[in-house]
Ligand binder design. Structure first.
Ligand code: GLA
Length: 671
């Protein structure tokens, strides 16, 4: 292989990038990074604490590829370096002692031509090197970066195209040269490499304070239930009080409370019925069709809207908080816009009785039956959590070998939703061969158990996407399935998860949805509620992505302390109508240009919902070309966050998008 041209094509940004551009024969730097021996006054990157290097698949490996093979780029094996996987970040405090960073970077040969990554090197809060897309099989690139006087070094391997599949990035031969004779040594530090973007005002957004006094119906346009099982549907409606409700053509077995708008009873038979709902108030009346589908496994015709306790309360959840949350879901107006599930996560469980029945923690949940009744009395639904192993992720009693008993107990209490984790299951099946049957078994077992009880319970898999669950979650009777690990309220976490969902959209549809985890807007904190760590525009990106992807919108914040921004984000009915669209087509990525992305989904009225995203650190004009989203000719465009028509546009639409922000538009004339 030629000792040349690796440096060509590297983009440098900023003054510190005095990389060596000239072609050399052979470059001294390459001799160093291919060597087995450490030069004087230098440290191998792999000698730093790699536990602090993030990695979205497996863990970073010292001196090896992420899969544990010798580090190999374009046929050359490197005795030293670090193998990682996009997205990967490593933050290093140089202690002012570094003079140069050297590495050969690319996608490891173990992927045999697959994978595509971008390497970025940050120095003191600025990107100084960006490699551009490097695909499997491409020539690797040499990084030789002057670090004189630099304090912090940040090493990032980012996903380039599509998903992070096969993105095995190597920092091959990576070393940091030091000032001659220094005793100081660089150390790995915690925290994201990328500093937070400055907080800018959010994009123009319609405000809940603008809710018109005239009545209007929101939420799902289609819902399903099993005949003979308890049915509950609260008609979400806004408008000046008092509101009264009517329903024309309700199927046999159902009745409407005209004062509360709650439809209850039990469907008498299978089949599809179109019901005309009407809401009346002092300022007028409004009607909207609701399709009710009776049949087995017809739940979640649209993705769930609600709340889950984990991201705000974690182990500190108790009945008092659940009641307060349910009340706040109604009093805040969330329920009027369609939010309905109040879901208890982990930490309600406390052992089993002599008959094997699961017990609640008496100090926290003294009376689960009464709690479920109370939540139902508000027209809302209630969810619970368990795991297929002996213990939950929080170390509490889980469903191992008690699945049917547990399902019966959930039904007897009156639960409507089960989030079913994976924790501790791996321990009890350690000796079973790895593969899909092993991954699927606990979900099959619980599905069978749920089918045996006399209550409709939404089944949510929480196994982090193992075995590409999106490909088989629906077949196993899952109503939604987590596609990722746990989210947190940082741009890094949320955007990494949200933008990695491309390709999963083909597996979502009415009754079965991808779940990139619960929402991290508003006050979250896993037991210590606090202000959100994302900027308003980052939160707009979060909700825009989840809405387009038809992911469950389960708020993870304290509903008793909702601020106006969060309400505006969650209660925009035009945005929620995209989320709840009965066609149930989830969005995928349609175009990508550097830090800008276009995602789109088709809607049942023949229009298209399009997200314009700016992952960059500066405001930018983002353009959707009609050709990229399958459209041609002049199209009317409506800005859904602002709820304003923004004209007719011939070839595409360009919107100004703040740093880390998004816009959501609806394109085309409704049928
Ligand atoms: C896992 C899940 C979280 C939460 C906790 C509870 O980490 O991914 O969403 O349910 O378990 O312990």
């Amino acid at each position: 292989m030629a000792w040349r041209h690796h440096l060509l094509g590297l983009t440098t940004v900023g003054l510190l990038a005095s990389a060596l551009w000239a072609q050399r024969d052979p470059p001294a730097d390459e001799v160093l990074i291919r060597s087995a021996d450490l030069p004087p006054d230098a440290v191998w990157l792999e000698s730093l604490d790699l536990r602090l290097m993030s990695c979205d698949w497996q863990t970073p490996q010292a001196g090896k590829s992420v899969e544990g093979n010798p580090l190999k780029l374009h046929g050359v094996t490197y005795p030293h370096g670090v193998g990682s996987h996009a997205r990967s970040e490593f933050n290093i405090d140089l202690k002012g002692a570094a003079t140069r960073f050297l590495a050969m970077v690319g996608v490891d040969d173990e992927k045999q031509g697959q994978g595509s990554v971008v390497f970025r090197v940050w120095v003191d809060g600025k990107v100084v090197i960006e490699t551009g897309t490097l695909r499997g099989g491409d020539e690797p690139k040499l990084i030789s970066l002057d670090l004189t006087g630099a304090k912090r070094l940040g090493l990032v391997i980012d996903d380039a195209d599509q998903s992070i599949d096969s993105d095995h990035g190597d920092w091959a031969g990576a070393l940091i040269k030091l000032v001659a004779g220094t005793e100081l040594r660089p150390v790995a530090i915690r925290g994201p490499v990328e500093p937070p973007v400055p907080v800018e005002p959010p994009i123009e957004m319609w405000s809940v304070t603008q809710t018109p006094p005239a009545p209007a119906i929101h939420g799902p346009r289609v819902t399903g239930a099993t005949p003979g099982r308890p049915f509950l549907f609260r008609i979400p409606a806004t408008g000046e009080a008092p509101l009264t409700f009517a329903a024309e053509g309700l199927p046999p077995g159902l009745r409407l409370d005209s004062a509360t708008g709650v439809i209850s009873g039990a469907l008498a038979a299978e089949g599809t019925t179109d019901v005309m709902l009407t809401v009346r108030g002092p300022k007028g009346a409004s009607s909207r069709k609701l399709t009710i589908i009776g049949g087995q496994h017809k739940l979640c015709q649209t993705p769930p809207l609600g709340w889950n306790s984990w991201n705000v309360f974690a182990g500190a959840i108790d009945e008092v908080k659940v009641r307060a949350t349910a009340e706040a879901m109604v009093s805040s107006g969330l329920a009027a816009h369609g939010y309905v599930y109040v879901n208890i996560d982990d930490h309600w469980e406390a052992g089993r009785d002599a008959a094997g029945r699961i017990q609640t923690d008496p100090a926290k949940f003294p009376n689960m039956l009464a709690l479920c009744d109370y939540v139902h009395s508000l027209g809302l639904k209630i969810g619970i959590y368990s795991s297929p192993g002996p213990t939950t992720c929080g170390g509490r009693t889980a469903s191992w070998q008690h699945e049917l008993l547990d399902a019966q107990q959930y039904a007897a209490w009156g639960f409507d939703y089960l989030k079913y984790d994976w924790c501790s299951y791996g321990d009890v099946v350690r000796d079973e061969p790895d593969g899909l049957p092993k991954l699927q078994k606990p979900y099959r077992v619980m599905r069978e158990a749920l089918d045996q009880v006399d209550r409709d319970i939404v089944f949510s898999f929480c196994q982090y996407g193992m075995g590409e669950v999106w490909k088989w979650g629906a077949e196993l009777g899952g109503n939604c399935w987590r596609t990722t690990g746990d989210i947190t309220d940082t741009w890094d976490s949320m955007s990494r998860i949200g933008f990695a969902q491309d390709g999963h959209e083909q597996y979502a549809g009415p009754g079965h949805w991808n779940d990139p985890d619960m929402l991290v807007v508003g006050k979250v904190g896993w037991g210590r509620p606090r202000a959100n760590r994302m900027t308003p525009n980052e939160q707009v990106t979060h909700i825009t992505l989840w809405v387009l992807q038809a992911a469950p919108l389960l708020l993870g914040c304290d509903l008793t302390q909702l601020d106006e921004f969060t309400l505006n984000l969650m209660c925009n009915d035009e945005v929620l109508d995209v989320h709840q669209d009965p066609l149930g087509k989830a969005a995928g990525r349609k175009a990508r240009d550097g830090q800008q992305e276009i995602w789109a989904r088709a809607l049942s009225d023949g229009t298209l919902a399009v997200g314009l995203f700016n992952r960059g650190r500066d405001a930018a004009d983002v353009t959707v070309k009609w050709a990229d989203v399958g459209l041609a000719g002049e199209q009317p465009v409506r800005d859904l966050w602002a709820r304003k028509d923004v004209g007719r546009h011939a070839d595409g639409y360009t919107g100004r998008v703040p740093a880390h922000g998004a816009r959501l538009i609806k394109v085309g004339a409704a049928r």
